[in-house]
Design a protein. Structure first.
Length: 277
């Protein structure tokens, strides 16, 4: 059974996003319209990725591409394995490809993307955008089928004006809400790691996610999923409540103006997507 989320009304969209896993221990999402299927990252074993896809009735042989956001292992663990086994093309920036440990992958499967250029991948427009993170050339992705726009925007220390402009107007956004600032500051992490996470090339806090969520709703986003939560420095209820409170304090009606949910760490979470009516 899918986890609960806050909503009202009926929803239906052509392009959908499923968060397969999300968090500091692994990240993988599926963009699909029933015909084309694209993975964004694969920070899990090939076996687990295959089982997860099959549970959604999507054969791994029907995956058209794997888009890689950056080279960290929680995003790339299964990328090379899946590409080799199922002959799946990989798309990533030049910097990410240089730093990623993908194993031996055929050159024919490797594709370099440049931020802010749109690529047609299996009939879906894919636009990478630069993000601020401690990786070689990290990016997020906007997927657009002409009717629906979905953004995956995680692993960034700050929400830059460029990122906000790229994801504004998207129908659905998977947005990082990595940590509660106080839990991080008073937690068990070493000082240097705390500073890295809090830096402009670290991860978005719940507070920053809430502020971004409000801006997105103002600009037309109807569906928000908070993701990439820290296991040590956050809790789903805390992350969701911070964004919920900030939105409602500013007059946003949850379930009428926007849906709000949190991606499960180890379970598939479908975006509750579509037009609110």
């Amino acid at each position: 059974m899918w986890p609960p989320f806050i909503h009202t009304g009926e929803f239906m969209l052509n392009l959908k996003l499923y968060s397969i896993i999300s968090g500091s221990s692994g990240n993988c999402s599926l963009i699909t319209n029933g015909k084309s299927n694209i993975l964004i990252d694969c920070g899990m074993s090939g076996k687990r990725a295959t089982e997860s896809l099959e549970s959604l009735s999507v054969s791994p042989n029907r995956i058209n591409a794997i888009l890689v956001t950056h080279e960290h292992i929680d995003h790339t663990k299964g990328v090379g394995i899946m590409a080799r086994k199922y002959n799946i093309p990989i798309y990533a920036t030049e910097g990410t490809l240089l730093k990623s440990e993908l194993g031996k992958v055929s050159d024919e499967l490797i594709n370099t993307v440049t931020p802010d250029i749109t690529y047609d991948i299996a009939g879906i427009g894919i636009t990478p955008f630069s993000i601020s993170h401690d990786a070689q050339e990290p990016c997020g992705y906007v997927s657009d089928d002409g009717n629906t726009r979905i953004a995956v925007a995680t692993d960034m220390g700050i929400m830059t004006d460029n990122v906000l402009s790229r994801i504004s107007g998207c129908d659905s956004v998977l947005l990082e809400s990595n940590h509660d600032i106080d839990m991080l500051r008073f937690g068990e992490y070493p000082y240097a790691l705390k500073q890295r996470i809090l830096s402009d090339i670290g991860h978005l806090s719940n507070k920053a996610a809430a502020a971004t969520a409000l801006e997105l709703v103002k600009r037309g986003t109807k569906h928000l999923m908070l993701g990439h939560l820290s296991e040590k420095n956050n809790m789903p209820d805390i992350a969701q409540m911070e964004t919920y409170n900030h939105l409602t304090d500013n007059g946003v009606k949850i379930g009428t103006d926007v849906t709000l949910q949190v991606a499960e760490r180890y379970k598939i979470t479908p975006f509750f997507d579509g037009d609110i009516i």
